[in-house]
Design a protein around this ligand. Structure first.
Ligand SMILES: [Zn+2]
Length: 358
């Protein structure tokens, strides 16, 4: 089978590999679609970050470079290993792509398995990936989805779960007003979850194309251009002078963080969703004087079932966020190149590793 593997910074190759073995307790999946994520771009441009370092192996997967890429994927079950009785061949699934130690409690009541030591991801630190034609995944991390959800849209359930967990962390409830800073894929999908839960959403974004996408997809009530308007002032207009109840930092840009702090009401909640590769210069006095509650959020924890439900019920339509479909051969020249050099023109580019559906 074919798979795109990460060898090093700037070095991704499409290789011919033997098919993975379906062991007891695992599920064999024919990958239908796999999204390209900002994390993949960071590995390509600045890595290895999540991928194992040179000469090293990941402590849980035991694998080193090269590793198969792709952690945002959907597919169809082609085989189930011994002991797997609640999934069948032909079933449509998505994967919660964790690599987690066997002794960690990953049961339905766990709220912190995603924060356990050496946590990493399928498609970054070993165990195959969605940018291969087939992948074998432990039953725990495979989530069935209804056949009514198209498999291309289903590939976006992984990043949507990131938004779901971020919204959960914020404590936002119906009737609240949220400000989302940055309308990249995660900002848009976080906004989609907020809208589905009855929250009024304002998005702040410099790119006109991205603002247009947010309005067109129906995930924002207001799309504000921070180069033209005072975003905090606009948010106060929307909220009778009060300020936003919750804010989501989805850009890793200092000016955005400052704006969100200004736009929040006293006792508001600021959730930092983006990955910051640098330290922030932050006016802590504002946080103190407004009693702002600032929280981090990373990935998801037991978030997939509720996220899948939002999509199956039709409360969230993921189709507007698919802006391109390519084969494995176009991964770097078409996919990565578009997302690195013309990123405001794209939201999610999906890859079909087998070429089927293109
Ligand atoms: Zn991702």
């Amino acid at each position: 089978m074919k798979a795109a593997r990460y060898y090093d910074r700037g070095d991704i190759r499409v290789d011919e590999l033997p098919e993975p073995e379906v062991l007891p307790g695992t599920v064999g999946i024919n990958v239908a679609w796999c999204g390209i994520c900002g994390t993949d771009l960071h590995e390509y441009l600045e890595g290895p970050i999540f991928a194992p370092g040179h000469g090293q192996t990941h402590p849980i997967s035991g694998e080193g470079l090269p590793v198969t890429l792709g952690h945002e994927f959907s597919g169809v079950v082609y085989a189930v290993g011994e002991g797997v009785e609640d999934l069948e061949v032909g079933q449509h699934v998505v994967v919660e792509p964790y690599i987690i130690r066997d002794d960690v409690d990953t049961g339905p009541d766990s709220r912190d398995y995603h924060l356990s030591p050496d946590m990493n991801f399928i498609g970054l630190a070993g165990r195959g990936g969605g940018l291969g034609e087939k992948v074998v995944v432990q039953r725990r991390w495979v989530h069935p989805i209804d056949n009514s959800v198209p498999l291309d849209q289903a590939a976006l359930i992984e990043p949507l779960s990131v938004g779901y967990h971020a919204v959960e962390r914020s404590g936002a409830k119906a009737g609240d007003v949220a400000l989302v800073g940055g309308a990249g894929p995660i900002g848009l999908l976080t906004a989609a979850v907020l809208k589905a839960q009855g929250v009024t959403v304002a998005i702040s974004e410099l790119s006109p194309l991205r603002r247009e996408k947010a309005l067109e997809a129906g995930v924002a009530d207001y799309a504000l251009d921070p180069s033209q308007v005072d975003v905090a002032e606009e948010v106060r207009k929307i909220t009778d002078g009060k300020g936003a109840d919750v804010a989501f930092e989805c850009s890793s840009v200092q000016a955005v963080l400052d704006t969100l702090m200004d736009a929040l009401r006293p006792t508001g909640v600021l959730v930092v969703v983006s990955i910051w590769g640098k330290r922030s210069d932050f006016d802590i006095h504002k946080l103190v004087m407004k009693e702002i509650d600032m929280r981090g959020t990373i990935a998801y924890v037991n978030s997939h079932p509720a996220t899948i439900e939002l999509v199956e019920s039709g409360k969230i339509d993921l189709s507007p966020f698919i802006t391109g479909k390519i084969g494995l051969e176009g991964l770097v020249d078409e996919g990565f190149d578009t997302l690195i050099n013309r990123n405001e023109t794209a939201v999610k580019i999906l890859v079909s590793p087998s070429g089927e559906g293109l």
